[in-house]
Design a protein around this ligand. Structure first.
Ligand code: BGP
Length: 474
């Protein structure tokens, strides 16, 4: 029998500022890197922007009302840095503080625990222009000052904080695959920018201890556990180095302040390791989190990848046409391959609830940190039927199987604080527009045709309500 979930388990849902808020140039908000990037032709699906997104900025009261009705215990959202400091630093914009203050009050009134993400990818463009954003060490100070402002403003009302969202993804897609801003493809710059992000993360966690001594903080990491395709030792080695380079490279730094040795050696041979300055090691070591935030969507399966003629950067499926993504890897090390045991979504993401259990067990064994599952969910086309009905049984199946994996992991001995479904309402999918939907609540927002932004509860909303009510029993 499965262990029951702990009392006070945070049954939650999540979002991010750029993906829901809209109001991109209202009330003194500054321009972010995403505001700029989406305006470059061909970068996003049908050129979709978050200018309006799902208009949460104006409709947050209605959205919180829907959360309350659902019985949600926690809501994870992010703050747009450019609403607080329009140019990244300098004078605080009171309207920005007011918005999040109101949101937090609404949540508290409804008995919903706010989980505040400091950085979910929308960097002030001013800092990008001034000194290259994450590529400069100046970002450490600016990110810390911005965070301290939020600690002071909201530290008494917000207990759970997420520092950086998916540092591995925003650096990888921003500096290695050129799919996110600033659109760079350069391995060395990628590792250097990432090192600064690690330092900034540690610095913010250090400051948190002084300003919010009773709070809990951790990064949210996009962990996709690595499997070898076969028992061929070459594939096993490929999966091991993939685990080191794609995951331990970040999680070891969060948990222990140290880069993994084997991966470091491999990158040293490629001459791409970051420059480490005096004091960096101490800063990283002092920035230990209270929990590991886990964003889990899928596992990855690897095989060996030849040096000559091997595959390199991924081609992503951003259209929902099954099979349009291409395998990716690092020549001479590893490449991803399809796993014949797993079904895939229309966006070619593996559906693997056991992978969530495996991810949780690995984090427990290696880091001994509690885990907050800060994202998990299914992106699919949803169809609004006559009379405003959305029957997303596929999403219910996905979430049900992943909730079971959580219960199994708890039985295994993993300490899990909560589970945030990505996402609460439908929202903008960074590169996939509004057609790839994740929400428990449908939003009538489309690239084309009529859209009045109205909210409709999906079948999964009613189902999740019962899950929460029964603490996972259903
Ligand atoms: C995570 C991000 C989220 C969200 C999710 C789904 O990587 O933290 O912001 O977008 O993935 O991804 P996508 O929208 O690309 O399907």
């Amino acid at each position: 029998t499965l262990a029951p979930l702990p009392k006070g388990f945070l049954w939650g849902a999540a979002s991010a500022a750029y993906q829901v808020e809209g109001a991109w140039n209202e009330d003194g908000k500054g321009v972010s890197n995403w505001d700029k990037f989406v305006r470059i032709p061909g970068k996003t699906f049908k050129g979709t922007t978050g200018d309006i997104a799902v208009d949460h900025y104006h409709r947050y009261r209605e959205d919180v009302q829907l959360m309350a009705e659902l019985g949600l215990k926690a809501y994870r959202f992010s703050v747009a840095w450019t609403r607080i400091f329009p140019d990244g630093r300098g004078k605080v914009n009171p309207k920005g503080i007011e918005f999040y203050s109101n949101l937090i009050d609404e949540l508290r009134k409804a008995g919903i625990e706010p989980i505040l993400t400091l950085y979910h990818w929308d960097l002030p463009q001013a800092l990008q222009d001034e000194y290259g954003g994450w590529e400069s060490r100046q970002i450490i100070e600016d990110f810390t000052n911005y965070s301290i402002e939020l600690f002071k403003q909201f530290g008494s009302r917000v207990k759970y904080w997420v520092s950086l969202n998916e540092q591995n993804i925003f650096t990888m897609l921003g500096y290695r695959a050129a799919a996110h801003p600033p659109g760079v493809k350069d391995e060395k710059r990628f590792y250097q920018a990432n090192h600064h992000a690690s330092l900034a993360n540690a610095s913010v966690i250090g400051a948190f201890r002084t300003h919010v001594p009773d709070g809990k903080i951790g990064p949210s990491f996009a962990y996709s556990p690595a499997y070898p395709l076969t028992a061929n030792p070459e594939d096993i080695l490929a999966a091991e180095i993939a685990e080191e380079l794609n995951s331990h490279w970040w999680m070891d730094v969060y948990a222990w302040g140290k880069y993994p040795k084997v991966a470091w050696k491999a990158l040293e041979r490629k001459r791409v390791v970051p420059i480490i300055e005096e004091g960096d090691a101490q800063l990283l070591e002092a920035g230990r989190p209270d929990f590991m935030g886990l964003n889990y969507y899928q596992s990855s399966t690897y095989e060996k990848n030849p040096l000559e003629g091997g595959v390199g950067q991924a081609e992503m499926n951003t259209t929902g046409k099954k099979g349009s993504s291409k395998d990716a890897g690092i020549q001479g090390m590893f490449k991803t391959v399809a796993n014949s045991y797993l079904e895939r979504t229309n966006w070619d993401w593996n559906i693997d609830p056991d992978g969530l259990r495996i991810a949780l067990r690995r984090i427990e064994s290696r880091y001994k940190l509690p885990v907050l599952i800060s994202e998990n969910g299914l992106g699919e086309f949803d169809e609004e039927k006559e009379g405003g009905i959305i029957e997303d049984d596929y999403r219910i199946d996905y979430i049900r199987s992943h909730v079971k994996a959580i219960q199994e992991a708890v039985t295994d001995g993993v300490k899990i604080l909560g589970y945030c479904i990505w996402s609460f309402t439908d929202l903008l999918s960074w590169l996939n527009g509004f057609q790839k939907r994740y929400g428990l609540v449908y939003v009538n927002q489309h690239e084309e045709g009529e859209h009045d932004l109205s909210r409709i509860k999906k079948k999964s909303y009613y189902w999740y309500k019962n899950v929460i009510h029964t603490n996972g029993e259903e």
